[in-house]
Ligand binder design. Structure first.
Ligand code: GDP
Length: 454
């Protein structure tokens, strides 16, 4: 394969910049452009070593650099590779890049280094995809999930499932080839048991995607309640306490802001409105109509009521919004006398938490309810494989459809060879995760999402 080169560090000014080169002629090209202090030839230089020297063109010193050597197959791409550590600064890095190109390297495409790692069999497709996910991670947890995928957790599970199904197919063939042994009944019950197990694994992988989505995007959370119930007090209390505010994103309308906070490791994306934050501004207090709009968009509603007052029609409208939604009812101001009609509220069958945003009483109970609701504790278990990629999730869903058909066939005592068709589909489908059965188009599309130099 040709020798490719790219600037791998982010464009802009930095302490150092890295120009990366990979391919058969990597060390020949390097020889022409890099004057090493110790003048060792490539046979003497070990892989994973660093050499000091200068990048030189026509006897002109371009930069003082350190060069790391990686000898294939023990390198990122499994080819001969080097990384030139130059001074950061776009002029110098571009100059070095140019010199490498003049001496025979080609400018790499986005993701081409990782694509080569995949094509050379060093990474499977899901591991290569994990590389982009690590780079794009916005939270530590997300990065951790992607790292586990890079280490091959998902690939391992998928490969095991494929092996299991392949062995079932072998059994089926035996049954068909030797009908005189009357193996069918035994095989049927055995297969049925195995397919149930496979289904459990795929189901939990599919579920993990939705949990993973929460990790990536946050649980979209609406705090609603009529004016003076204590919405802004609650939000301010949470924000002051949880320093892990990740980012503020301007919403589509002027008065909506999405605020990321992390509560006990649970990422909440609070659909905030100017009205909640600026409680003192009477004009901006949120009415029930606005609450309805916000509630529709959220994964969870925190409905807050003033427990020191009797329920009003507005409160009842808000309670109605909670039907069929994940919701937590907060009875605020428990430091004051209770006047609210609790029996009325209980009818809505939602968890109720007593709280005082003034004294902070009950806040931990609110956090506990939130984590219970999303079973996020399950996500925290180390070693659990999490599917975080939409493409993988769709493949798993398709596989499960075929799996259902296969199980149905067995339940209905249909001839055993029919299920082979479905099993073949599953093997084919799951192979798209690891890359064994994937088309060139899909591969190109996946790598085009990478950044240059990776
Ligand atoms: P919002 O309109 O729903 O945002 O309500 P605010 O957070 O602005 O609170 C309305 C009023 O209730 C303010 O005067 C708060 O100080 C007061 N308040 C909020 N929470 C509590 C509480 O737990 N106890 C008491 N006694 N007063 C509270």
């Amino acid at each position: 394969m040709s020798t490719i080169v790219a600037i791998s560090t982010a464009p802009g000014i930095g302490g150092i910049g890295i120009i990366r080169m990979s391919g058969e002629e990597c060390f020949d090209i390097l020889d022409k452009v890099f004057k090493q202090k110790n003048q060792q030839n490539i046979e003497e230089i070990k892989g994973y070593s660093i050499k000091y020297g200068h990048i030189v063109e026509n006897n002109e010193v371009i930069d003082e650099v350190l060069v790391s050597y990686f000898k294939g197959p023990k390198s990122y791409t499994a080819e001969n590779m080097c990384e030139i550590n130059s001074h950061g600064g776009i002029v110098i890095m571009n100059r070095i890049l140019d010199i490498c190109i003049k001496n025979g390297a080609e400018l790499a495409e986005a993701g081409e280094f990782t694509k080569r790692a995949f094509l050379n069999g060093r990474l499977d497709l899901s591991q290569a995809e994990a590389v982009i996910d690590i780079i794009n991670s916005k939270t530590e947890r997300e990065a951790k999930v992607s790292l586990e995928q890079l280490e091959g957790n998902l690939s391992y599970k998928i490969t095991q499932i494929r092996k299991t199904i392949i062995s079932i197919m072998a059994d089926i063939e035996a049954t068909i080839d030797y009908p005189e042994y009357d193996l069918e009944e035994v095989t049927n019950s055995r297969i049925s048991k195995i397919l149930d197990e496979v289904n459990d694994i795929l189901e939990s992988l599919e579920r993990s995607f939705y949990n993973g989505k929460i990790l990536r995007e946050g649980i979209s959370t609406a705090i609603i309640g009529k004016p003076n119930a204590g919405k802004s007090s609650l939000l301010n209390l949470i924000l002051n306490e949880e320093r892990a505010i990740v980012t503020d994103i301007e919403g589509t309308t002027r008065d909506t802001i999405e605020e990321f906070i992390s509560i006990q490791g649970i990422p909440l994306k609070i659909i905030d409105t100017a009205g909640i934050r600026n409680a003192n501004d009477e004009v901006e207090k949120i009415g029930v109509n606005k609450a309805k709009e916000i509630a529709k968009k959220s994964d969870i509603i925190i409905a807050i009521f003033d427990s020191n007052k009797k329920l009003t029609y507005e409160d009842k409208d808000i309670l109605e919004l909670l039907k069929n939604k994940n919701a937590i009812i907060l009875l605020n101001k428990i430091d004051l006398d209770r006047k609210i009609e609790i029996e009325e509220i209980k009818k809505y069958n939602k968890p109720i938490v007593d709280i005082s945003t003034r004294t902070r009483d009950g806040l931990d109970n609110l956090y506990d309810e939130i984590s219970k609701m999303f079973k996020l504790n399950e996500i925290a278990i180390d070693g659990e494989t999490i599917v975080s990629n939409e493409r993988h999730k769709n493949i798993i869903i398709n596989s499960r459809k075929n799996l259902d058909k296969a199980r149905e066939t067995i339940r209905n005592n249909m001839p055993i060879d029919i299920i082979s068709t479905y099993l073949k589909e599953i093997i084919e489908e799951l192979g798209k995760i690891t890359g064994e059965t994937v088309t060139e188009d899909v591969i190109s599309e996946i790598f085009s999402k990478f950044c240059l130099g990776k």
